[in-house]
Each structure stands twice: as structure tokens, then as C-alpha cells.
Design a protein around this ligand. Structure first.
Ligand code: COA
Length: 372
């Protein structure tokens, strides 16, 4: 039997408190006009005192689990991707494993900054496909507000807090995670970094005074890097799945800067309607941004069974990566017979096939192909 790794559950959690651009105008020398026009961000969420990366992760994880009917104690693996983990150790994933009661799951953190969720889903999917595990809870969670220098206008306007989660399960139905691309270039490590607090530069009075435990970024270079890799990784992962750009119904990019997303759309010759964007309400939530955007895309009816999606991200490391998915409804809602579910899955595949043929014909006859 061929095993496929399907996304059977999803959930997100954000803090209640909203920090608007107008609020930031009172904190640093900036303006709503500058932030909106340069980044697309209007507001972001900021964790309350009693919230942390682990509490947001557990909340998102619980919502994802609840949407599947899978019990926490049935999970085989919990992975938390985060650039702002609860501690250096223990892993945030272990705290989440305990909070959820995932008593037989392995748990570890994955550090690939804003690309972390892509990396973690690919790791979980590979483990499911090999038969090593049957299910995994993958979470991207951040409280970057705790790592931001609130006097540095170049970074403090960008980031926000939140968490998003997927449950992945083994299924026999074709679909789910179809292909993945993971890349890195450590030579660019200094472009985006929290210099102090690790073994290289342990926290001290001096590092505190020099703000070295906060985010330091070369914005222009990161911008250049991001626009370079987004389109390339998307093309690679689509080809790896045996698909064409025309087959992709929705691209869910890392939400770092609207201009970066627009540049990727131009590079791929795709209209912006095929990109999920929610950066205006959350800012850059690093590893959480992609699963949060997927959750909202599903909620808005922009993802339907049978659709092909690309999730693509980049971040500190430097790291970048992409996943190609086929979204197949494999959940078994209460009372729905297995035969009805099979029919539903068959119809979803049929719809997807018909759409692909239609797009090819459209391209052939009217030259409207958006092939990248
Ligand atoms: N408010 C007002 N002015 C600001 C500002 C702010 N919040 N931040 C920077 N500026 C100023 C700069 O000081 C600079 O002034 P100067 O021309 O007098 O030197 C001017 O605006 C232009 O700066 P520049 O860096 O060219 O702006 P930009 O158009 O490149 O936008 C970023 C800056 C940070 C928004 C953009 O480079 C970016 O998004 N980079 C990628 C960052 C990112 O995504 N990081 C996370 C990766 S996961």
C-alpha cells in the first residue's frame, strides 16, 4: 500500500491585543503611511503577559486536533517550529506535548526561522510516508514581540505574535503533501539574527545594554534574497510534484512583506488573486504565518477539496523552502458513511482534473496560460 501524508486538521491562535500602526507612531518615528506602503502591514497581535510561544502553540494545536477527531494520546509526533521558543531547552514541543496530553508522542523543536513550518511539515510528511509514524501535530508558533527592540523602527513595525497548526495523518487516498523543497545558505546568517543569548555570546549586562538579545536585520538584503528565492522554490516544488503552474489554485506565501509577495507573483506570472494575503492584520509572524494564512484561506472558502496549493517561505539562516499539496478532504464527519466519503474524494479528484484540462485548453486557444 502507498502511504500519503494528508493534512486532516488545522487551527490557529492569536493574542487578543492589537497593536496598530497608529500605536507605533507614538512609540517610534514612523507613520501609518510609511508602514502600509512599504510592507502592507496595518496591525499585528501582541501576546499578553500570561501568554507565550508554548501557550499559543498549544491553543492552535488543540484546535487543529479538535477539527480531526484524533485524540492527543493517539499522536505519534509533535513538532514546534519557532524562532522565539519558550526556552533554549526544554523544547517548546515538549511543553505542548504535555499540555495536550500527547502521552505517546515524540516531541522536538525545529529551528529554521520563518521557513520552520515548511521544514517541519516536510519532515513529518516524510516520516508518515515511510511508515515510521501514522500521525503528527506540526505547529508554527511565535512571540516575536519578546525579541523585538521596540526602539528600532526598522524592525519593530514588522513582527507580530501568533500560532498555526496542522495535523498530518497517513491515508491511502492519493494527495496531501506531494513534494517539498528545503534550501539554506548559512553565509547569509548575519543578515537576520538575534546575536546574544546563545553559547557564542551568553546574555550579560553588556549584551543587554547593547540590545544584542533583540532582532538585528539588514532589511534591504533580506528583501533582495526573498524576492530571489520565492519564485524559484515555487517552480521547483511544482515541477517536483509533476504539476504545472497552471494547476496551482492557491499559493500561500510567508507573510513578511506585501511587496515581496507581489514580486513573487510577477516572477511567476501569476495574478495576485492566486495568492493568499493576510499580512495587513498580523504582520510577520515568522513560522506561524503560513499555517495561519492556510487556516484563513480555508475559512474564506478559498481552498476546496482537490485544489493544489503551494506553501512557500523564507527566513533567517538563511533558509527557504516550499511544499506542494493537494488538499483532499479525508476527515470523516460524524455520521458520514465511508462510502459517501469515498464518493466525495472521487468527485474532488474529478473536479480538479476537469479544472486542469480547462486551463490547458484556455492557454491553447486564447493564450491566457499563466505558466511560469
Ligand atoms: N518608518 C519610517 N521610516 C523608516 C522606517 C519606519 N518604520 N524604517 C526605515 N525607515 C527609513 C530608513 O531609515 C530609510 O531612511 P533613509 O533613506 O533616510 O536612510 C528609509 O526609510 C528607506 O529605508 P529602506 O531600507 O530603503 O526601506 P525599504 O523600502 O527597503 O523597506 C523594509 C524596509 C524593512 C520594510 C524592507 O527592506 C523589508 O521588508 N525587508 C525584508 C524584511 C523581512 O522580510 N524580514 C523578515 C524576513 S523573514
Amino acid at each position: 500500500m502507498t502511504r500519503y501524508a494528508h493534512i486532516t486538521g488545522w487551527g490557529m491562535a492569536v493574542p487578543e491585543a492589537i497593536l496598530t500602526n497608529a500605536d507605533l507612531e507614538k512609540m517610534v518615528e514612523t507613520s501609518d503611511e510609511w508602514i502600509t506602503s512599504r510592507t502592507g502591514i496595518r496591525e499585528r497581535r501582541i501576546a499578553a503577559k500570561n501568554e507565550s510561544t508554548a501557550t499559543l502553540a498549544a491553543k492552535a494545536g488543540l484546535r487543529a486536533l479538535e477539527s480531526t477527531g484524533l485524540l492527543a494520546r493517539e499522536l505519534d509526533l509533535v513538532i514546534v517550529a519557532s524562532a522565539s521558543p519558550e526556552h533554549l531547552f526544554p523544547a517548546t514541543a515538549c511543553l505542548v506535548q504535555d499540555a495536550l496530553g500527547a502521552t505517546r508522542a515524540g516531541a522536538f523543536d525545529l529551528s529554521a526561522a520563518c521557513s520552520g513550518f515548511i521544514y517541519a511539515v516536510q519532515m513529518a510528511a516524510q516520516s508518515i510516508r515511510t511508515g515510521a509514524i501514522d500521525s503528527a501535530l506540526v505547529i508554527g508558533a511565535e512571540t516575536l514581540s519578546r525579541l523585538v527592540n521596540w526602539e528600532d523602527r526598522e524592525t519593530c513595525v514588522l513582527f507580530g505574535d501568533g500560532a498555526g497548526a496542522f495535523v498530518l495523518e497517513a491515508r491511502e487516498t492519493p494527495g496531501g503533501v506531494l513534494s517539498g523543497v528545503l534550501r539554506s545558505d548559512g553565509s547569509g546568517g548575519s543578515l537576520l539574527t538575534v546575536p546574544a543569548g546563545g553559547s557564542r555570546m551568553p546574555a550579560s549586562a553588556d549584551t543587554l545594554e547593547r540590545n544584542l538579545h533583540t532582532i538585528h536585520m539588514n532589511g534591504r538584503e533580506v528583501f533582495r534574497f526573498a524576492t530571489r528565492v520565492m519564485a524559484t522554490a515555487t517552480r521547483e516544488v511544482v515541477a517536483g510534484a509533476g504539476l504545472k503552474m497552471d494547476d496551482i489554485e492557491l499559493v500561500v506565501p510567508h507573510q513578511a512583506n506585501l511587496r515581496i509577495i507581489e514580486a513573487a507573483a510577477r516572477g511567476l506570472h501569476l495574478p495576485m488573486e492566486r495568492f493568499m494575503v493576510n499580512i495587513e492584520r498580523y504582520g510577520n509572524t515568522s513560522s506561524a504565518s503560513i499555517p495561519m494564512a492556510v487556516c484563513e484561506a480555508v475559512e474564506q472558502g478559498r481552498v476546496r477539496p482537490g485544489d493544489h496549493l503551494v506553501l512557500v517561505g523564507f527566513g533567517a539562516g538563511l533558509t527557504w523552502g516550499a511544499l506542494a499539496l493537494q488538499w483532499v478532504e479525508t476527515r470523516r464527519p460524524p455520521g458520514v458513511q465511508r462510502s459517501r466519503l469515498t464518493l466525495w474524494t472521487f468527485l474532488a479528484h474529478l473536479r480538479s482534473f476537469a479544472l486542469r484540462v480547462w486551463r490547458r485548453l484556455e492557454g491553447l486557444f486564447w493564450g491566457t496560460s499563466s505558466e511560469g
